[in-house]
Design a protein around this ligand. Structure first.
Ligand code: XUL
Ligand code: CO
Length: 435
């Protein structure tokens, strides 16, 4: 029995269409800058919010209506859920999905039982991938929900928690490889601290570095050659997460000699929690050659937590796409790590949410491509930095100048050339012209 019987495959109908369940901008075959929208955007649906989100919050009980799900923690229910998930992926026309090990299969009474449950559901995922052609963007192990991880996993004060986490990652790497996953993600769920006076930060970070090296070694052993991605987030659930933002993650990866196989998975709501714009995080990771993938969502300006909402802001998505076009995204994707609101409890709301997110990113892609084609911002930047193209600027960039040389230059010249206006307002107006 289909899980979404009233919903047909979502079609592209163009900007004038008023059907809320049609794409107005996402035309997967449309070519932008030499590649199709499908190739640029590499959309992915997340299993955890879309198929495991219950709508419960700290103040209230679950609200979601999910007729295909009997609410039990049985393997049979997990297999039915997997089939419902692929029906949604197919009807949306997304090429990818992503999961945690514990989203797809129930945790058993022992590690061995959990592994067995996972194998049973992975067989269905494999079958469904073959049937539909939908691929796995990334797998990840949930190293934060079970109480054993209350102090963290790889950074726990309890060495056994580290060991359990290692065992879980081993299995999850095997499964990700079996399903042809293109990446493997580490989000440091509770890798951080609540009280620094009770924390040996250096020791915890050394453990985290060692943990990632073990993952790399095992990937090599089993022939998994996907990209490893760290997902920065500054806080929540801990007061301070070690992977707090792109710059902190890159510094950690350099310090522990991990940059060769690791990149970053940047999430919008995490960027804003860190006090940055998403564009900042993407640009920082991008110019360091560390931009791997994005978790696409948004927060709420008036709520200070990780609300994981679907992004429908054309400005935001245009700015994101501007950076993604500059640096490229593959083998990453635009992964909707987003959940429908508690009040949007019907199955059809899952479609409204994803159709809106896909359309907004498609529109952002077109806006970004138009900006790039026009070249006005590039011209502005080129002109703004023109003092570096000749004279003292060019000499500094070439590397042959020391402080005495700068002194001699300034003693002779007397005062700097006049500054030019930053034209902030003109730049904001210019961006609006493309929306
Ligand atoms: C948590 C978060 C996770 C990761 C995967 O804020 O974003 O869902 O994406 O563990
Ligand atoms: Co995420």
């Amino acid at each position: 029995m289909p899980a979404f019987p009233e919903i047909e495959k979502i079609k592209y109908e163009g900007p004038d269409c008023t059907d809320p369940l049609a794409f107005r901008w996402y035309d997967e075959g449309e070519v932008v800058e030499g590649r199709t929208m499908k190739e640029h955007l590499r959309f992915s649906v997340v299993y955890w919010h879309t198929f495991r989100g219950t709508g419960s919050d700290p103040f209230g009980a679950p609200t979601m209506l999910r007729p295909w799900d009997d609410g039990s923690e049985s393997v049979e229910n997990a297999c039915n859920r997997a089939r419902a998930a692929f029906e949604l992926f197919e009807k949306l026309g997304v090429p990818f999905y992503a999961f945690h090990d514990r989203d797809v299969a129930p945790e058993g009474a022992s590690l061995a039982a959990s592994n067995k449950n996972l194998d049973a559901v992975v067989a269905v995922l494999e079958e469904e991938q073959q049937r539909t052609g939908v691929k796995l963007l990334w797998g990840t192990a949930n190293l934060f929900s079970n109480p054993r991880y209350m102090h963290g996993a790889a950074t726990s004060c309890n060495a056994d928690a580290f060991a359990y986490a290692g065992a879980q990652v081993k299995k999850c790497l095997e499964v990700t490889k079996r399903l042809g996953g293109e990446n493997y993600v580490f989000w440091g769920g509770r890798e951080g601290y609540q009280n620094l006076n009770g924390t040996d930060m250096k020791r915890e970070l050394d453990h985290l570095g060692a943990f990632f090296h073990m993952a790399l070694d095992y990937a090599k052993q089993i022939g998994f050659d996907g990209t490893f991605l760290i997902e920065p987030k500054p806080k929540e659930p801990t007061k301070h997460q070690y992977d707090s933002d792109a710059a902190a993650c890159i510094n950690f990866l350099r310090a522990y000699d991990l940059t060769e196989r690791f990149k970053l998975n940047i999430e919008t709501n995490h960027a804003t929690l860190a006090g940055h714009e998403m564009q900042h995080e993407l640009e920082y990771a991008g110019h360091q050659g560390m931009l791997g993938s994005i978790d696409a969502n948004t927060g709420d300006l008036l709520l200070g937590w990780d609300t994981d909402q679907f992004a429908t802001d054309i400005y935001l998505c245009s700015k994101i796409m501007l950076v993604l076009l500059k640096y490229g995204l593959s083998p990453g994707g635009v992964n909707f790590d987003a959940k429908v609101r508690r009040e949007s409890f019907e199955p059809v709301d899952l479609f409204h949410a994803h159709v809106g997110g896909m359309d907004t990113f498609a529109r952002g892609l077109k806006v970004a491509a138009a900006i790039r084609a026009d070249g006005q911002f590039d011209k502005f930047i080129q002109n703004r930095y023109s003092s570096w193209d000749s004279g003292i600027g060019a000499k500094v960039e070439a590397g042959g100048v020391d402080l005495p040389a700068l002194e001699a230059y300034m003693l002779e010249k007397g005062e700097i050339d006049p500054n030019q206006s930053g034209r902030q307002e003109m730049l904001e107006n210019l961006f609006n012209r493309y929306i």
